[in-house]
Design a protein around this ligand. Structure first.
Ligand code: SF4
Length: 285
């Protein structure tokens, strides 16, 4: 059942138009996670000509309880996707480009070469732009992770999504330790790479578990953390267990900063790609 939103989760529509962003995405036949995941920030982001590109098709080989990306059997890869993404990013005028993907567990390398190709196309077409990738876990195929690292994105993001105990319910095909190891491996492959991870509150986690997750992320030297409220994207997806107050978010933000993250972006509307450019800048100031 859809729950009524508390007052702090109600927001007015932005003043700017979203038409330009929609037009460019349509013209290049691109999908965004903003639409697929029914992100609550999409009017704001689209009106600022920002979007997060979804690579590797529109269908996911997993079916996480929190995510509205349709599960199923994906179509063959489009090897030209990197070029279209880079063109669209250029036309949108992005100076910080975020790309993510569905899980492609049907492919041996999980589609890592498309991530790598997209990074180099964006570098070619918009040399000054910062590039952030938000990748799946590639089923622990570290060669696939290395493919992406070698393409040299500015930020390598992999979301933990929730605390360890809730993995079987929230991310049934993922493994908590494997996701942490991915972040550790990225640093081991390239110690200068900025790493980032994010998770949701409101899915049944305890304060102690949140603290442990933050500690685990620091343990693998994760630089940036994002924390937001889970919102049910479709009625058939997992229920919201609680609406976490803005004050509680503030506490989590303080705790994260005290633990030594270079940047902690924490709040009810925060998503890993929300204001990603500003977050990256702050982490380097
Ligand atoms: S927060 Fe991220 S996913 Fe949501 S609309 Fe903005 S760019 Fe898209």
């Amino acid at each position: 059942m859809r729950q009524r939103l508390p007052v702090w989760l109600k927001r007015s529509l932005p003043e700017g138009s979203t038409l330009k962003t929609h037009g460019i995405l349509r013209q290049h036949q691109l999908t965004t996670i903003c639409e697929s995941a029914k992100c609550p920030n999409r009017s704001e982001c689209y009106s600022r000509n920002t979007a997060t590109f979804l690579l590797l098709g529109e269908v996911c080989t997993r079916s996480c309880s929190f995510c509205s990306v349709p599960p199923g059997k994906p179509k063959p890869l489009d090897e030209n996707e990197p070029v279209r993404v880079a063109q669209a990013a250029k036309e949108l005028g992005l100076n910080h480009v975020v790309v993510t993907s569905v899980n492609r567990d049907d492919l041996e390398n999980g589609g890592s070469h498309i991530f790598a190709g997209t990074i180099s196309e964006i570098r070619k077409q918009i040399p000054k732009a910062a590039i952030e990738v938000l990748t799946p876990d590639f089923c622990g195929n570290w060669d696939a992770v290395l493919d992406v690292v070698r393409a040299k994105p500015d930020v390598f993001n992999h979301n933990m999504e929730t605390v360890k105990r809730l993995y079987p319910r929230v991310r049934p095909r993922a493994i908590y330790e494997r996701s942490l190891e991915l972040l550790a491996r990225v640093k081991a492959f390239d110690s200068g790479m900025t790493t980032k991870s994010g998770f949701m509150l409101g899915v049944g986690e305890t304060d102690e578990e949140v603290t442990q997750l933050l500690r685990d992320l620091r343990e693998v030297n994760c630089d940036i953390v994002t924390v937001g409220q889970y919102l049910q994207p479709l009625e058939r997806k997992m229920d919201i267990i609680d609406f976490v107050s803005p004050e509680k978010f503030e506490e989590v933000g303080f705790a994260a900063k005290a633990m030594g993250f270079r940047e902690a972006y924490v709040g009810p509307f925060v998503r890993s790609s929300y204001h990603a450019g500003e977050v990256y800048e702050r982490s380097h100031s």
